[in-house]
Design a protein around this ligand. Structure first.
Ligand code: GAP
Length: 524
């Protein structure tokens, strides 16, 4: 019998994921021996491999597969005027509210979003109940359109949602506070409604650069990597003789002083982004926006975690620089949440940098015989959030039978083979009779192509479980027949099937599964 995360209480599942990540060397709380640092995490020995593979999947899908996309690596420290020009100094704020009794701080918009989610939860419960009652003949669309309780909740949701969107669009902090009061939202810690006013809080970290007090300059840790691309637009366009449309890709750290840091690596204060700025002719940006939406969702879905677990969420409130914006959301254990943002950023950023720097930032279009400030379509995804998405999707608990018919639970990370940290484990059946030497010989041959692991400790069954738990797609066992006929047993993680193969065939069998080609071929 197989049961996976669908059947587990989702909260339990999330706790198990976090514990699993720590136990198996994927993610550790930062500075743990000093009791940790809130919303900062370290990646362990397998975590760093998975993270690097995610970055490779993204980078190669941009830079290798598109001849008109190139990459850069800009500095984290940048001239402070950049953040004035981009609007971050004045507008990169979250609305915060404190509860006077618990002294806890919250994001006002998140409190209201959680209230919306509660109403949504009520509706889903009604639908689930009805599904159970009516079975096969259940018409969900009709039920949603006619059931009294669902309609009542939907009405409340719509009213709250409209009011909330308007308050956000007008940056009306008093109205946000009023909504929290009208909805009787209480602090989850104190249980009271003793709230302060809502205030704006700038999310950028700052520090001083320079050694003397007089000469020191206040600089910011970048809250997005995008600006490093914009300020290098002319450098790349000229030195690479790039013709529009073209893109610049970058992977790098970003920092935000998040008010509410929760949900493990979902929202961190130090995180990594993979961003593409795609420069296009003005007036064509919405066409490119649609193209990038399609390409990016394919990139996610190629990983094989089920197309039904992804959806687009269109933004009601557009950022100050955008004329269209959509998120790609994934069904996390705590609900559908953003993994990636796709924004049509107009010519806002380049025009602002042109204005603030006094330098011309334009493109001469030989086809039109005119110069213009290019428009930009951006795709922006968090490496850490993608990591969490993959781990949540890959984590399965299954009841399996051992060779004696005994039932056992195995935890398996069904990671797509190209991004799995360890590709194969090579195991001598026993620690003598030359088997360890033969196993090492195989590793010495394959280690140039794959991340291999040698494991000789404990029973074969236990070793398989250990590899399942870190997501290794192949285990190769060396036994007494190996020396005689140069064959080994290869065991496949997901099916647990085993077959006898010649050692000389191992490389091709594994390469066929772990190559990024498999993923890239789906991106056409
Ligand atoms: N340049 C556009 C930009 O930064 P964003 O929607 O603020 O847009 C893009 O961020 C992506 O970065 C998000 O979809 C998310 O994956 C990731 N991200 C943003 N804030 C994050 C945080 N505090 N922790 C982890 N990932 C974050």
């Amino acid at each position: 019998m197989l049961f996976n995360l669908l059947f587990m209480a989702q909260e339990d599942l999330f706790k198990k994921l976090i514990a699993h990540c720590k136990e198996y060397g994927y993610v550790f709380p930062s500075s743990e021996i000093y009791d940790g640092l809130s919303a900062v995490y370290d990646y362990g020995q397998y975590g760093v491999e998975l993270k690097n593979n995610i970055k490779k999947y993204w980078w190669d899908s941009m830079v290798l597969l598109h001849e008109n996309i190139v990459g850069i690596d800009s500095a984290i420290f940048m001239h402070p005027t950049i953040w004035k020009a981009s609007g971050h100094v004045d507008a990169f704020n979250d609305p915060l509210i404190d509860n006077r009794d618990s002294k806890k701080r919250y994001r006002a918009d998140v409190l209201i979003e959680e209230q919306l989610a509660k109403i949504e939860g009520k509706i889903e419960k009604e639908v689930e109940k009805a599904k159970g009652r009516f079975g096969e003949s259940f018409d969900e669309a009709q039920f949603r359109a006619t059931n009294g309780r669902v309609l009542e909740s939907q009405g409340k949701w719509d009213a709250l949602h409209n009011r909330f969107a308007e308050a956000l669009n007008n940056a009306d902090l008093a109205e946000l506070k009023q909504i929290i009061e009208d909805q009787e939202i209480v602090c989850p810690i104190s249980g009271t409604r003793n709230w302060t006013e809502v205030r704006q809080f700038n999310l950028m970290f700052s520090t001083d650069m320079g050694s003397t007090a007089d000469g020191a300059m206040k600089i910011y840790l970048r809250p997005e990597t995008a600006q490093g691309i914009f300020v290098n637009y002319m450098n790349v366009q000229k030195s690479g003789r790039m013709k529009i449309p073209f893109g610049i890709a970058q992977i790098g750290k970003a920092f935000r002083n998040e008010i509410v840091a929760r949900q493990f690596i979902f929202r961190m204060r130090e995180f990594e982004q993979m961003e593409l700025q795609f420069f296009v002719r003005p007036g064509t940006e919405l066409e490119w926006f649609e193209k990038w939406k399609e390409l990016r969702i394919k990139w996610h879905q190629a990983l094989g975690f089920g197309t039904e677990n992804y959806r687009f969420h269109v933004h009601e409130k557009l950022a100050h620089y955008a004329n269209a914006a959509v998120d790609i959301e994934y069904r996390f254990p705590f609900g559908f949440k953003e993994v990636e943002g796709i924004h049509s950023r107009t010519d806002y950023d380049l025009s602002q940098h042109q204005k603030f720097s006094g330098k011309k930032i334009q493109y001469f279009d030989p086809e039109l015989n005119e110069s213009y400030v290019p428009f930009v379509v951006e795709t922006s995804i968090g490496v850490d959030r993608m990591f969490l998405q993959i781990i949540s999707a890959a984590y399965h608990e299954e009841v399996v039978e051992d060779s004696n018919g005994q039932k056992d639970t195995r935890v398996v990370l069904r990671l797509p083979a190209p991004i799995a940290p360890v590709k194969l484990a090579v195991m001598p059946l026993i620690k003598k009779d030359g088997l360890p030497e033969k196993a090492r010989e195989i590793i010495d041959e394959l280690k140039f192509d794959f991340n291999c692991q040698y494991d000789e400790k404990d029973s074969i069954g236990k070793r398989y479980r250990r590899q399942d738990a870190i997501g290794t797609p192949f285990c190769v066992t060396v036994d007494h027949d190996t020396a005689a006929d140069n064959t080994v047993t290869i065991r496949y993680r997901d099916t647990m099937l085993q077959e006898r193969v010649e050692i000389s065939k191992l490389r091709d069998i594994i390469l066929n599964e772990v190559s990024f080609r498999k993923l890239f071929s789906q991106l056409k």
